[in-house]
Design a protein around this ligand. Sequence first.
Ligand code: SAH
Ligand code: SF4
Length: 377
Amino acid sequence: MAENLLDFDAEGLIAWFAQQGEKPFRARQVLRWIHHFGESDFSAMTDIAKSLREKLLLTATVSPPPTISDKLSDDGTRKFLFDVGNGNAVETVFIPEDDRGTLCISSQAGCALECAFCSTGRQGFNRNLTTAEIIGQLWQANRALGHAPASNNSGERIISNVVLMGMGEPLANFDNLVPALRLMLDDNAYGLSRRRVTVSTSGIVPAMDRLAAACPVALAVSLHAATDGLRDKLVPINRKYPLAELMAACQRYLVHAPRDFITFEYVMLDGVNDSDADARALLHLVQDVPCKFNLIPFNPFPASGFKRSPAERVRRFASILINGGIVTTTRKTRGVDIDAACGQLAGKVLDRSRRTSRSAEIDAGLAGASAGVELHL
Ligand code: SAH
Ligand code: SF4
């Protein structure tokens, strides 16, 4: 079967080329064509020897996940839905801002970790995305946005930041994630700064250490509670890696991290984790971890059982953290006009195969984790 070259980072492609009797510099040239110039047709790779182009046409492909839909919001947010086979679809969101363009990508179809407030978690776990499916979201978005990935002629980057905050837990798909991260950073591919690639995790402690060793990038940790009692309920992986271990892992990560702080994400759930006492407990919890907080107004979905905290409560909560000396931002919802439609569309695609009646109830909220947000990390 033809090899999908989107599955390889530079090292992997060089190894595969070696098996075909081809030199490393040829692999780098092809890598540059595929990712830097967004080319999928080997016959268009004009500075590659004709004999190699012909060989590649027979043995290899460049196959990203096909686009099911591509929707543009009034505010410029753009949402893609990609087909990853067997009725599964994943979402990718592009969020343009004045000083940056952020692409929010998915790492798994569904998620096994079952956080109580997350619609992806409610879907259950379907499977890990391959490296080609992870990097393929960036490849596709770059093409759709109409510019060469690293820079256009004016030196301006269209996608300047990537965040792994779509569907799935990236650190539960470590082996496929790391080559994709390496491609994001590779100058022959997307050439993004390590500080502008962010992995978001619910706190899989051993994988945080592995990431620090294999490919340190910016890290966001989904905290959502200041005590083990509450976090055990909201983020069940906490029962395995409780807060003290998580805080220690954050400190270890910072030794290798490209930024000198961890971003803590905190979804604001009305009456659950949003009191003044919760904010003060957070200050105590993170006192030894250099960090910023990003408060996320809960994105409701049917039968979630949670409500979004009122705006005034979020402001008060933020002010306690700020007065405690922690830089705190609140995520603004964007792309509202395309959120629901895209979530429903993804749900319909999933309905074709394996979804249960319970998951059908939450179709409209499929976009829970990634939907139309402004990201300040
Ligand atoms: N699995 C990873 C990354 C994907 S989720 C993680 O949990 O960090 C990205 C962020 O969206 C996480 O902080 C997650 O807790 C948050 N999130 C999930 N469901 C949400 C919802 N319904 N409303 C607002 N944020 C949500
Ligand atoms: Fe998975 Fe993250 Fe959703 Fe938790 S919040 S269920 S880890 S995608």
